[in-house]
Write a protein that binds this ligand. Structure first.
Ligand code: ATP
Ligand code: MG
Length: 201
């Protein structure tokens, strides 16, 4: 094949690709609030949600965050986003303790937390809501999935919701518009490296 033929073949291939992509873009002509799920055992579920918060803030949008399982209070994301005027940041998991194993207390704490989320889900001035690690209170039976699904379904039409956490229930994934599973191929922690600032917290 001559250089000229190669150039021409490349041009035709790219032109065809462009037509396919342009047609797909033209088909996607609706606007609506989305429900996104980040699940799976690999790293990146919460980080990706925080990336979307940054995007939304860049557009002047208002964001609400609810963290259901509170691992630590010294994270970079909490320090950074709490300082933003367009962010409301709730930590709803402070009462959970893995050692007390008190189902009733954990359930009450989770349900009080969900009432705060319900308020956010009724507030059309919040453009994006991140429900970080919401899958756990559902999995442990502290929150009723039917209630969660119905409150999310009845939110303002243009409000986006991102849910993170391992083991997202099927019904939640079915209700979602975009579902991403992070796959754990390798994680530094297993090689004995502790959580690193700026990467893990
Ligand atoms: P990140 O907040 O880094 O995006 P994540 O939300 O996907 O992680 P979580 O289950 O919420 O994952 O875990 C939070 C913490 O555990 C983070 O410090 C993260 O780096 C670490 N982590 C995530 N996945 C793994 C894994 N597969 N093995 C070990 N540690 C992990
Ligand atoms: Mg997380």
């Amino acid at each position: 094949m001559t250089d000229l033929e190669r150039t021409e073949r490349y041009r035709t291939r790219m032109q065809r690709k462009k037509e396919v992509i342009d047609a797909a873009i033209a088909r996607a002509d609706r606007e609506q609030g989305l429900l996104l799920i980040h699940t799976g055992n690999g790293k990146g579920k919460s980080s990706s949600a925080f990336g979307m918060i940054a995007r939304a803030l860049g557009h002047g949008m208002r964001v609400g965050v609810a963290q259901f399982i509170k691992g630590r209070s010294d994270t970079g994301e909490e320090a950074f986003f709490r300082a933003q005027s367009n962010v409301i940041w709730h930590v709803l998991g402070e009462g959970f303790t893995w050692d007390t194993q008190n189902l009733q207390r954990d359930t009450e704490t989770a349900q009080r937390g969900w009432m705060i989320v319900q308020e956010m889900l009724r507030d059309p001035t919040l453009n994006l809501i991140v429900l970080d690690e919401l899958t756990y209170p559902i999995k442990f039976g502290w929150l009723d999935l039917t209630v969660v699904l119905s409150d999310i379904k009845n939110r303002p039409i243009m409000q986006h919701v991102v849910i993170t956490g391992r083991g997202a229930p099927d019904a939640l994934c079915e209700a979602a518009d975009t579902v991403t599973e992070m796959i754990d191929i390798k994680h530094a922690f297993r090689a004995g490296i502790q959580a690193q600032k700026g990467i893990d917290l």
